[in-house]
Write a protein of this length. Structure first.
Lengths: 222, 222
């Protein structure tokens, strides 16, 4: 069976899970705690980061963006990127925004401080980082709203990995209950449409032992 | 004319320049200082980061990885990735390593502290960051040596964007004279082969006013 090594609260691991589900590809999962630097996992990805996809024939695809591009190239029947090269560039621009900029400005400050530090025994949350994350997320929510007002989906007329990357990033922050949904209704409407997709259901049933998500997390009428 | 908005000491901007040259695509350049957040540049890339490629027909491709994937898709005649999907995943794994991990562990600590801080008027270098960068680069040099001993090029049998991304990252650190070339001869041999490619010449003649590179920087027999 195809196996995905992932961490439930790692945004690019979530992108891989949603893409596999959208494309109808069955997979087993192995949870990796990257801070443990497990030796067998380092053999699969020397960078020590999830996700890593191991295909049934033994092909190893290591790292979030490599997995994303691989799934799109290897299984093009359910397309999650448009065909036209300029439109693909716009998808990748938004993926880049949410997997890099949002990660640095929001996820690390909120999920990193409040949850990953605790899980990995790295000490207490740093309050100024949390304050920065809470300030920064507002700006990103407004960017989602800005795009949603102009286009049916974030990168254009169709649902793409840009939507998946943005929703995966937001869902991690929603797990620690730090998304100001009611302040940005356009972003909430867009997220509600993604939440109702069957591919997203696996993410919404995640629960880290000792750190459950808030009640609205899995609720489609949040 | 096709235009590349770039910063000379930004690794992914260098990747774009080398790819354009390898593919034989003529281009004009505009230097962007991302810390100035120039309004016309933010219209091209709201994330405010170089590189941004503007094609003659007005198509805008914003961000380092989007530009990389776009150039490969739009101009496949000179291929800088293999065709087979698993081999492409290996190229992207190494690109990811050098554009993200190396950047965070080495480039930000050395080029960021010693040069970008000065250029952008952000104060003095932070000595512990420089010490960390100098320690970290050794590990990355050894990884280049490890790959070079097993393969003709970093990702396999052919020259790819994996080599370009690694060499672009190293070349920025070489500009501030912090690459321990003589300690890792395999990595030096690999870099010497890249340095002699015509596509790399533009990078080797870069000189930031007031911050010239060390003498060996442009030397093919360094």
């Amino acid at each position: 069976m195809r196996t995905l090594h992932h961490h439930p609260l790692h945004p690019l691991s979530r992108v891989a899970r949603v893409m596999l589900a959208e494309k109808g590809l069955p997979f087993d999962t192995v949870i990796e705690k990257p801070w443990e630097r497990r030796e067998d996992f380092l053999m699969l990805n020397p960078a020590g980061e999830p996700p890593v996809l191991v295909e049934e024939d033994g092909t190893v695809v290591a790292g979030g963006l490599p997995v994303l591009e691989y799934l799109e190239e290897a299984y093009p029947d359910v397309a999650l990127m448009p065909r036209e090269v300029a439109a693909r560039a716009e998808v990748r621009r938004i993926v880049d925004w949410f997997t890099r900029t949002f990660d640095r400005e929001v996820t690390e400050n909120l999920v990193g401080e409040k949850l990953i530090k605790r899980l990995s025994g790295q000490g207490h949350p740093y309050a100024p980082a949390i304050r920065a994350g809470l300030a920064n997320i507002q700006y990103h929510m407004e960017y989602i709203a800005f795009l949603s007002e102009r286009r049916p989906w974030l990168a254009g007329s169709s649902f793409t990995v840009a939507d998946i990357a943005a929703a995966a990033a937001l869902s991690c922050v929603d797990y620690v209950d730090n998304v100001p949904w009611d302040k940005v209704p356009e972003a909430k409407d867009w997220y509600a449409r993604i939440k109702s997709r069957p591919s997203f259901r696996g993410l919404l049933t995640d629960s880290i032992p000792g750190c459950p998500p808030p009640r609205h997390y899995a609720d489609l009428d949040f």
